[in-house]
Design a protein around this ligand. Structure first.
Ligand SMILES: *[C@@H]1O[C@H](CO)[C@@H](O)[C@H](O)[C@H]1NC(C)=O
Ligand SMILES: *[C@@H]1O[C@H](CO)[C@@H](O)[C@H](O)[C@H]1NC(C)=O
Length: 253
């Protein structure tokens, strides 16, 4: 009985300590494609600033390089790129001193005349997304939108909204504005969510439990092993006072 409550306390403490060891990467302006020479700011929004989150990236020429001095200007846990270049295209993520990582995002910088503005982060199933095809100066020119190389729709206004996205909408998108050019491709990912089909009213607490369990299982294997080791050692400890034949004075119970 006592052992179980100690284990539960440890589990709660470990969940609390683990959930604070997180960071979310945000991009401003919120787009996955940019025109060359634009100003872009990336931030690691952390719960625990002492964990030392820094921004890192992989590009075609670099691996795991940290913001500043070779690229970007670090300011606390954010990184500012004042004249972004096609060579800055790549995957970006936040990493703590201990090696924990945030979600990663793809950024594409175009030296051309057209970009596709699409969601930076994975989209939840059931959400609506808007794709904007634009030039430097205009976002309402007639545009064609392509998915996996096939035309999906042409729009007189340069943007298209996809309602209630599903896993089937995931893919590589690109757009074209006649007379101006084509955007680079961007991968749009859709993540499943169990709440799309009218959830029963009491499912929210259940989901929170799932979230907690997920944190415990995914992010804290080391904490779990600590909990196990502590519980094993307390059990061993509790056994010793029984000491039925402990008559050896050198090892009193
Ligand atoms: C960055 O590149 C390294 C080495 O190729 C790879 O192991 C790592 O998974 C990459 N990171 C991301 C977020 O793609
Ligand atoms: C980045 O793009 C590649 C393909 O270009 C895709 O496989 C990968 O899932 C994307 N990563 C993210 C975080 O969207």
């Amino acid at each position: 009985m006592e052992g179980t409550s100690v284990q539960m306390l440890l589990a709660v403490v470990s969940v609390l300590s683990c959930t604070t060891d997180q960071a979310r990467l945000t991009v401003s302006p919120g787009s996955s494609q940019f025109f060359k020479d634009k100003f872009v700011s990336l931030s690691c929004e952390e719960d625990d600033s002492s964990a030392g989150w820094t921004l890192r990236r992989n590009t075609t020429t670099e691996t795991r390089t940290q913001c500043g001095p070779d690229w970007g200007k670090a300011a606390g846990s954010s990184c500012k790129i004042s004249h972004i270049d096609p060579l800055d295209s790549g995957v970006y993520w936040c990493e703590s001193r201990e090696g924990a990582t945030s979600q990663s995002i793809n950024i594409t910088v175009s030296g051309g005349a057209v970009i596709l503005q699409s969601p930076v982060l994975p989209v939840m199933e059931g959400e609506n997304i808007t794709l904007i095809c634009r030039t430097q100066t205009s976002s309402d020119l007639p545009a064609d939108f392509y998915k996996h190389g096939s035309l999906i729709i042409d729009r007189p206004t340069g943007h298209v909204t996809i309602l209630h996205v599903s896993k089937a909408d995931e893919g590589v998108y690109r757009c074209n504005i006649r007379g101006h050019g084509e955007s680079p491709p961007s991968w749009i990912s859709v993540t499943g969510t169990p709440t799309t089909a009218a959830p029963p009213p009491d499912s929210a607490p259940l989901q929170q439990v799932f979230t907690v369990v997920r944190y415990l299982v995914v992010f804290c294997p080391y904490v779990i092993s600590t909990v196990l080791m502590v519980s094993v050692s307390t059990q061993t400890h509790r056994k010793s006072p029984v000491c039925l034949h402990g008559d050896d004075p050198a090892h009193p119970c």
